[in-house]
Ligand binder design. Structure first.
Ligand code: SF4
Length: 416
């Protein structure tokens, strides 16, 4: 079925309403569908061959289908282009909503979409740019978390393959500034805060700040959000990235990195767990020292193993991220073998997740330079799959209490 067939089929149907506790969807079918949050902001939509997910900053992930379920093209639109596309989607949604009844508690959203179009979404995007530094990346299961930036940027920022925070200054917020940030984020989201089920403490190394700053930040979260308790259903669990470079000063120098990951003890992490910290994500990348050196990532596999052990002893789940295809054919065997050995050493259980992420390096990154200079041959999709199998072979299966294993495609990232 081509896009014209999709459109024709869609236009023959009557629109209807679907709702969840946090989203109102008006749709005819999968090719004409628009979902709004409690503040009348478009969250996702589909029109003919276009499927779109919008970020809070107005940017969008646009997928163009060649046939139902088959993505032909994937594009990341900046805020300006994303909001322009949203305006067109609002018009179509409003046309469908006129004359339709919606549940009482969604009546005001219907009216705002019809009368004000994308005004709320434009305002939120403008607020976002004022309140947030760009959110460089999140773990794939946290794209819809409530991101609160205790830090912005990355204090190291020199891994050869990573451009998520390039050009961004690393900063740690004071408790006063962090409290103000929380207030502003809550005001920005308004009633749509309801959609968030977890807090992601941003950015790249929020847990690597000095201990007293981290504890004050966790206290502030407890003040602003009801944290998990032993008796209540967990709500607002806190997640964060942590690197295994240790707890260091505001900007990391070569002398600061190395083997001091134990700066936070098991007792510290146990206290953080009591305060809501539920899972820590670590970009391990590889179990091979040679690969890590080539990536200019200043960490050793033993340090990662020690950090994971400390976190698990404290009762905190981990998400460990390994790259696929890094070093191409040249380092493939070494990367797979030594990563499998490291995975075997990590005390992972059913609470944990191993993410395998195909390396997608920016053309301007020094990793890409290295690949060009040494004429490195990349792995084929089959070889990538084989590398993943080789790396996960030492993990116990899920049924035997092993960790979840999943792919992580950074091209899908959007903070929505
Ligand atoms: S991979 Fe992590 S530590 Fe390295 S530059 Fe990127 S964000 Fe920073």
């Amino acid at each position: 079925m081509n896009s014209m067939d999709m459109a024709r089929q869609s236009e023959r149907k009557e629109p209807y309403i679907r709702k969840t506790a946090t989203l109102l969807t008006v749709e005819r079918d999968a090719f004409a569908s628009f979902s709004f949050d409690r503040e009348a902001c478009l969250v996702r939509g589909a029109w003919k061959e276009q499927m779109v997910r919008w970020g809070l900053d107005g940017s969008a992930l646009l997928k163009t289908l060649s046939a139902p379920g088959k993505v032909e093209k994937r594009e990341k639109l900046n805020s300006e282009a994303g909001l322009a596309l949203a305006a067109a989607f609002y018009e179509r949604a409003a046309e469908m909503l006129v004359g339709m009844a919606v549940p009482d508690d969604w009546q005001s959203v219907r009216e705002r979409v019809i009368s004000s179009g994308p005004a709320a979404m434009n305002k939120r995007a403008a607020d976002f740019h004022r309140i947030y530094a760009p959110v460089g990346i999140l773990p794939p299961d946290q794209y819809g978390a409530l991101v609160l930036q205790l830090t912005t940027g990355c204090r190291y920022n020199r891994c050869s393959f990573c451009t998520f925070y390039r050009g961004q200054k690393y900063m740690v917020k004071s408790p006063e500034a962090f409290a103000e940030h929380i207030r502003q984020v809550k005001a920005m989201l308004g009633a749509a805060l309801e959609r968030r089920q977890a807090i992601f403490l941003g950015d790249a190394g929020a847990l690597n700040v000095p201990r007293y700053i981290l504890l004050e930040a966790m206290d502030l979260l407890a003040e602003h959000f009801p944290l998990p308790t032993a008796v209540a259903r967990p709500r607002w669990p806190v997640y964060a990235f942590m690197d295994a470079f240790g707890v260091g000063p505001a900007a990391l120098t070569e002398a600061d990195v190395g083997t001091n990951a134990a700066a936070l003890t098991t007792a510290d992490f146990a206290m953080l767990r009591e305060m809501g910290l539920s899972r820590v994500y670590i970009g391990v990348e590889s179990g091979s020292e040679a690969v890590l050196r080539m990536l200019n990532k200043p960490v050793r596999p033993q340090v990662v193993a020690a950090l994971v052990k400390t976190l698990k002893e404290a009762g905190i789940a981990v998400g460990v991220i390994f790259l696929l295809g890094v070093g191409g054919q040249k380092l493939a065997a070494q990367h797979a073998e030594e990563s499998a050995a490291l995975l075997a050493e990590l005390p992972l259980d059913g609470q944990d997740t191993v993410f395998f992420s195909e390396l997608v390096a920016d053309e301007k990154s020094s990793y890409s330079d290295w690949v060009r200079r040494l004429v490195i041959t990349p792995l084929t999709p089959e070889e990538l799959a084989e590398q993943e199998r080789a790396m996960r072979r030492t993990l116990p299966p899920r049924e035997a209490g092993g960790p979840a294993v999943t792919r992580y495609d950074v091209r899908e990232f959007i903070y929505y």
